[in-house]
Design a binder for this molecule. Sequence first.
Ligand SMILES: Cc1ncc(COP(=O)(O)O)c(C=O)c1O
Length: 472
Amino acid sequence: MDGLSLNELLNAYSLSGAYPMHMPGHKRNGSLLGAELPYRLDITEIPGFDNLQSPEGVLKSTAELAARLYGAERAYLSVNGSTGAILAAVRACAKPYDQVIVARNCHKSVYSAMEIGLLKPSFIAPDVDPDTGIARSVEPAQVREALKANPGAKLVVVTSPTYEGVLSDIRGIAEAAHESGIPLLVDSAHGAHLGFSPFFGESAVQAGADLTVVSLHKTLPALTQSALLLSRGGLTDEAALHNAVNAFQTSSPSYVLLASIDACLRLLETQGGRLFADYERRLKRFRDKMGRLRRLRLYGLKGDGPRPYYGLDPGKLAIATNAADITGPELAELLRGEYKIETEMAAPEYALAMTSLCDTDEGFELLSEALLKIDAGLKEGSARSMPERPALPQRAAFPYELAGEEGEPVELCRCAGRVSMEYVWAYPPGVPLIAPGEIVPDWLAKGAPGLETRSLHSTRGGFPLRLYCKKE
Ligand SMILES: Cc1ncc(COP(=O)(O)O)c(C=O)c1O
């Protein structure tokens, strides 16, 4: 069976006639369920199929292929998305009460990791594009400054690319972290496709990140939840990493997901060059067409102001609406209703379309034609910009310090100045407006004007009516 891919092995096994007196309980017999799900391939860790907790066989080969393709020294397969990989990476790098330097626009999984690990974050707030509200790059100088103010910090965490495709100077940030002798973790959940072709630029691993997390499922052809944690350099403790990966990962990993990871990596290995060349050609054609937009604007094409970001992933298509008489959610609704195109998300001043190397010429054509038609019917808007707000709320306590404190639900309009006991997230992308222990700013107590209320969620679900605050 040597040399067979995990997919081939699973297929061969499903035809072998072996009777499963083991988990999973569907027994590879989908007839009762009548659903077209891959029960046939969904096995457990039986002999010949290795063990994700301690890979020695076929899963080790997949992890080695991942490490080779991304230029990492080691790769861990995650069937718990980037979320699980981020929880593990942070856990492995910092002990309780350690200080960590974290970009404020990090995903909620980074916040969960800090809360679970009893960590003390010092936040770096990237600038925000005033037209769209899109967070810009984290600057190496900001990281250096934060490290100077927190000389004992044990880890730097940034997101690059962001949900909207904004890249930071990972080389510069890695250098800053390494000058202080500490590792850099890059949440590159949206950057699994980087590093395979010059058009998309280098990956965080290539740029010197010690730990990089990529969601294969977000921008590459892989099933939802499949991700990788990639490590390199001597600043991380591999044993701690291995231990943490297992702590945050199910002990019953889905072989369907693992096979999807393997298939995705093999595709990149054997056909990546051609697929990325085709993808680049499609994106360039699309961008050329977007030059004809009059009111809408493809973010990154022109008019984003001086030095708005370090780099932009060309695969993310944020269509800015702030100069037109339409909002982001209205644009998304038009695309859905009139053109049967479902976008990834809509914010007040943009709609975000995600692309991948699996998109077809027809798919790009559909989107470009729809946008051009919609644009032709739009009038000039009032050149809106996002309301300004302070970059960071003041902090009264770290989230873990609130354990045991009493809280109470408070009407939102009465919350200003109170200490929040819960998160309010903009989801997507899962970035917090306020974290537990932070003092509720006026603008949040006013209902976060300028933000799409439907996309705001609080831990306890009371927002925008109520917020759970510390009892006074
Ligand atoms: C920036 C960022 N990091 C991490 C994650 C978590 O990734 P996953 O859904 O693979 O767990 C997300 C998910 O949206 C994300 O946007």
